[in-house]
Write a protein that binds this ligand. Structure first.
Ligand code: PLP
Length: 361
C-alpha cells in the first residue's frame, strides 16, 4: 500500500485501513460489522452529521452552504448540474476546457443545455491553464464550471476565481481537502471520494442553498438536489462503508495531520521533491504541465525516448511501485501523490527515478 501511486482510487492512510479492517468485523460503537449497519440507525445519522461537521470545519463553510453526500460519482454531477441549474436558460453555460475531465463535463452538459467554452487548452495538448482574470465570462450565464485539478494531465489551478456575480462551480475531485480554499467564492464544489476521501461510492457536493430556488420542478427526485437536502443525504440507501471510511479520513486529517494548512505543507514538499527530480533529469523526461500549472496531486510526465516509458514502468513494478502508468488517454507515466501518500514513499520513488536516469540517461 505504501508504494501505491495510482490515479484513482488512490492510497488510503495506514491507520484508517487498520480501523476499517476492525470495523468490517465489529464497530467499536455497536459491536456489529459496518457492512451490515442500517442506514436508518442512529449510529449512521451521527456518523453523517460528524462527516458533515468535519467538512464544514475544515473548509470554514458559511451556514449558507449545504453539504450533501451523493452517489453516481463525479460523472453524475456532470449532468445533474446542468439539469438543475441550466434548464431552459437563455444563455449558455460557461466552461474552461483544460483537460480530459473538463472535456467529459462539457460533453455531458451539452446534452442538457447550450455550452460555451471560454478557453480551450486542447489545441496545444493541455500543458497550461488560463488566468481567470482574462476570461470573458458572463454574469448571466447559468453557471461557470472548471476543474480545479486535471487528474490525467496533472494541471492544477493555483488561483481562486474572483468572479463577483458569477455562479462558479468547481469539480475538485482530485484535489479536495488537499489544501485550504476560499470556499465562499464558489456557488458549488463537488468531489468524489476516491482520491483524498476514501473508497469510491460517495461524492461530496457543497452548494449554496440560494441555488436551490433555480431548480425546475419535474426532475426525477434522485436527480434533484432539493431531494437530498430535504432528506439530509439519506433519501435512499447510501454507501455506508464508504461514508464510514470518509469519516475516518476526516478524523485523520484533523487529528493526525492537523488540518488543511498542514496537509498542504506536506503535499508541497512531496510534489516539490518529485518535480525537482524530473527537472534534474535534464531533458531526459518531459513533464506534461508547464511550471506554473504543475499539480501537487498528479505528476504526469513521459520520457523523451518513448521506449523508456515502458522500461521505467516495468522496472518500477519490479521494485514494488504500483499505479505509475499514465492515463490511457495520454500514456507516459503519472505519480499520483494524494494526501495519504507518505513523504517517505515519494522519497523512494524519487530515488528510484534518479537511479533509472543515471542508468539510462
Ligand atoms: N472529475 C475528475 C477531476 C476526475 O479525476 C474524475 C475521475 O477520476 C472524474 C471527474 C470522474 O469521476 P467518477 O469516476 O467518480 O465519475
Amino acid at each position: 500500500n505504501d508504494l501505491n501511486f495510482s490515479g484513482g482510487p488512490g492510497a488510503l492512510p495506514h491507520e484508517v485501513l487498520l480501523q476499517a479492517q476492525q470495523a468490517m468485523i465489529a464497530l467499536p460503537e455497536t459491536g456489529l460489522s459496518v457492512l451490515g449497519m442500517s442506514h436508518r440507525s442512529a449510529w449512521f445519522r451521527e456518523l453523517l452529521d460528524e462527516a458533515e461537521q468535519h467538512i464544514r470545519d475544515l473548509l470554514n463553510l458559511e451556514d449558507r452552504y449545504a453539504v450533501l453526500f451523493l452517489q453516481g460519482g463525479s460523472s453524475l454531477q456532470f449532468s445533474m448540474i446542468p439539469a438543475n441549474f441550466a434548464h431552459g436558460a437563455k444563455r449558455p453555460t460557461e466552461f474552461v476546457a483544460s483537460g480530459y475531465w473538463s472535456g467529459k463535463a462539457i460533453g455531458e452538459a451539452a446534452c442538457a443545455a447550450p455550452v460555451k467554452v471560454l478557453w480551450d487548452g486542447g489545441a496545444d495538448g493541455y500543458h497550461r491553464l488560463p488566468d481567470f482574470e482574462e476570461l470573458a465570462w458572463n454574469p448571466q450565464a447559468p453557471f461557470f464550471h472548471y476543474v480545479s485539478n486535471e487528474t490525467v494531465e496533472g494541471l492544477q489551478f493555483h488561483q481562486t476565481p474572483r468572479m463577483e456575480g458569477a455562479t462558479v462551480i468547481s469539480d475538485m475531485s482530485s484535489d479536495f481537502l488537499s489544501r485550504p480554499i476560499d470556499a465562499g467564492r464558489y456557488a458549488m464544489i463537488y468531489a468524489h471520494a476516491q482520491k483524498n476521501l476514501g473508497p469510491a461510492g460517495v461524492t461530496v457536493a457543497i452548494l449554496d442553498t440560494a441555488l436551490l430556488d433555480r431548480i425546475p420542478d419535474g426532475l426525477p427526485p434522485m436527480l434533484d438536489y432539493r431531494t437530498h437536502v430535504r432528506h439530509r443525504s439519506i433519501y435512499n440507501t447510501p454507501p455506508v462503508f464508504s461514508l464510514y471510511a470518509l469519516t475516518l479520513i476526516c478524523r485523520w486529517l484533523r487529528q493526525d495531520i492537523g488540518g488543511l494548512d498542514a496537509m498542504e505543507a506536506i503535499n508541497s514538499l512531496k510534489a516539490g521533491r518529485l518535480y525537482q527530480c524530473l527537472d534534474d533529469m535534464g531533458g531526459l523526461v518531459i513533464p506534461q504541465a508547464e511550471r506554473d500549472f504543475r499539480s501537487q496531486m498528479n505528476v504526469a510526465f513521459r520520457f523523451r525516448d518513448t521506449r523508456l516509458d515502458a522500461l521505467c514502468l516495468q522496472e518500477a513494478a519490479d521494485a514494488g511501485f504500483s499505479g505509475l502508468g499514465g492515463h490511457r488517454s495520454i500514456g507516459g507515466l503519472r505519480a499520483s501523490i494524494y494526501n495519504a501518500v507518505l513523504p517517505a514513499a515519494v522519497e523512494l520513488l524519487a530515488e528510484f527515478l534518479e537511479d533509472f536516469a543515471r542508468r539510462h540517461g
